[in-house]
Design a protein around this ligand. Structure first.
Ligand code: SAM
Length: 284
C-alpha cells in the first residue's frame, strides 16, 4: 500500500469510528488520482452495507439523489451495485421503469436478487454492461443516474457511451471526488447544471449534480471548481466543505515548505485554489 501521509495518521488517532472505516479512509487519503476514485467507489459500497442500508432504507446520500428523480421517470441507474436506488424508487411508486446497469458480476447478481425478491422483474431490467451500454433504445430512458464513483470514471462512462443517449436525458450524478472534471465534461458536451447540493454524511462531503441538455453553456474556472448553483446558494454544508478543503490545502502547502522535493504543478494548483477558496469564503 502506498504511503498514507500525515493526514491519515491524524485520522487514526481520532476516536469513535470503526476500524474498517478507518482502514478504507487511510487508503483513500494516501492514494492520488484515478486509483482514489476506485477506492472511493468501494467505500460507498462497503459503508452502505455496514450501515444496514438496503432497498427500503437508503443512505441520506441516495435519498437526496432519489429526491431529484422526477415522478414517473424512466431511470437508468448505472453502477447500480445492489440496485438499491431503482428498487427503492419503484417500491415507493415513484418511477415507471428502470434499468439497473452493472459492470461487475457480484453486484449484478445482487441487484438481480433484489429485483426478484421484490417481484419487480417486469419493471426493472438488470443488465450486466459497461456504463451506458446497459441502455437500449426501446427503454425510452429519460433520467440517467451515476452515483458513488469518481467524477473521472463518470466522464469516461459518458464519453464511451454517448451514442447510447438520446440527447434529452436528465443526468443525476453523485461523484466521489472529481467534481471539477465532471462539470467540465458537462459544459463541453452541452449540459447546463440545473441543480446542485452538498450533504455531509459519515464525515464525507457528497455533492449531487443535476444536469440537462442546453445550448451555449459556459462556466468560469471557479464555477467549475465550486459548482455554479452551489456558489449561488452558499449553503452551510457547502461553506463547511470548502473551509475543510482550505485547511487541507494550507497544511499541504506548509508541508511543501519543508519538503526536499516539491511537486511544482501541485503547489501552483493548491496555491491558486487557496486564493479562490479564500475569496469564496469571504463572500467575494
Ligand atoms: N450507485 C451505488 C451507490 O451510489 O451506492 C453504488 C456505488 S458503487 C460504490 C459503484 C458501482 O459502480 C460498483 O458496483 C461498480 O461495479 C460500478 N461500476 C464501476 N464502473 C462501472 C461501469 N463502467 N459500468 C457499470 N458499472 C460500473
Amino acid at each position: 500500500m502506498p504511503s498514507t501521509g500525515g493526514k491519515a495518521q491524524a485520522y487514526v488517532s481520532e476516536p469513535g469510528r470503526s476500524s474498517r472505516r478507518w482502514a478504507i479512509e487511510i487508503e483513500i487519503v494516501g492514494i492520488a488520482g484515478q486509483n482514489r476514485g476506485h477506492l472511493a467507489e468501494r467505500t460507498a459500497s462497503v459503508m452502505q452495507k455496514e450501515q444496514g442500508l438496503n432497498e427500503h432504507t437508503l443512505s441520506q446520500r441516495l435519498e437526496r439523489v432519489a429526491a431529484n428523480v422526477p415522478a414517473s421517470a424512466r431511470l437508468a441507474d448505472i453502477g447500480s451495485d445492489h440496485g438499491y436506488l431503482p428498487v427503492a424508487l419503484m417500491l415507493r411508486g415513484a418511477i415507471e421503469f428502470a434499468v439497473a446497469g452493472e459492470v461487475a458480476q457480484t453486484p449484478f447478481h445482487s441487484a438481480q436478487r433484489k429485483v426478484r425478491k421484490n417481484g419487480l422483474e417486469q419493471r426493472i431490467a438488470v443488465r450486466l454492461a459497461d456504463g451506458l451500454a446497459a441502455i437500449e433504445a426501446g427503454d425510452r430512458i429519460d433520467v440517467v443516474s451515476l452515483c458513488g464513483m469518481g467524477g473521472e470514471t463518470m466522464c469516461e462512462i459518458f464519453e464511451r457511451g454517448k451514442n447510447h443517449l438520446a440527447g434529452s436525458e436528465r443526468l443525476i450524478m453523485q461523484p466521489n471526488g472529481g467534481e471539477q472534471e465532471l462539470r467540465t465534461w458537462l459544459m463541453n458536451n452541452g449540459y447546463r447544471i440545473e441543480h446542485e447540493e452538498v450533504l455531509r454524511e459519515n464525515r464525507f462531503d457528497y455533492e449531487i449534480i443535476v444536469a440537462v441538455p442546453a445550448a451555449d453553456v459556459a462556466y468560469t474556472p471557479q464555477q467549475l471548481l465550486f459548482g455554479p448553483r452551489l456558489m449561488e446558494q452558499r449553503s452551510e454544508a457547502f461553506l463547511g466543505k470548502w473551509r475543510r478543503v482550505l485547511r487541507q490545502r494550507q497544511q499541504t502547502l506548509a508541508h511543501f515548505e519543508h519538503a526536499q522535493e516539491v511537486p511544482q504543478a501541485k503547489a501552483r494548483l493548491f496555491s491558486k485554489q487557496v486564493e479562490w477558496i479564500t475569496q469564496l469564503l469571504a463572500g467575494a
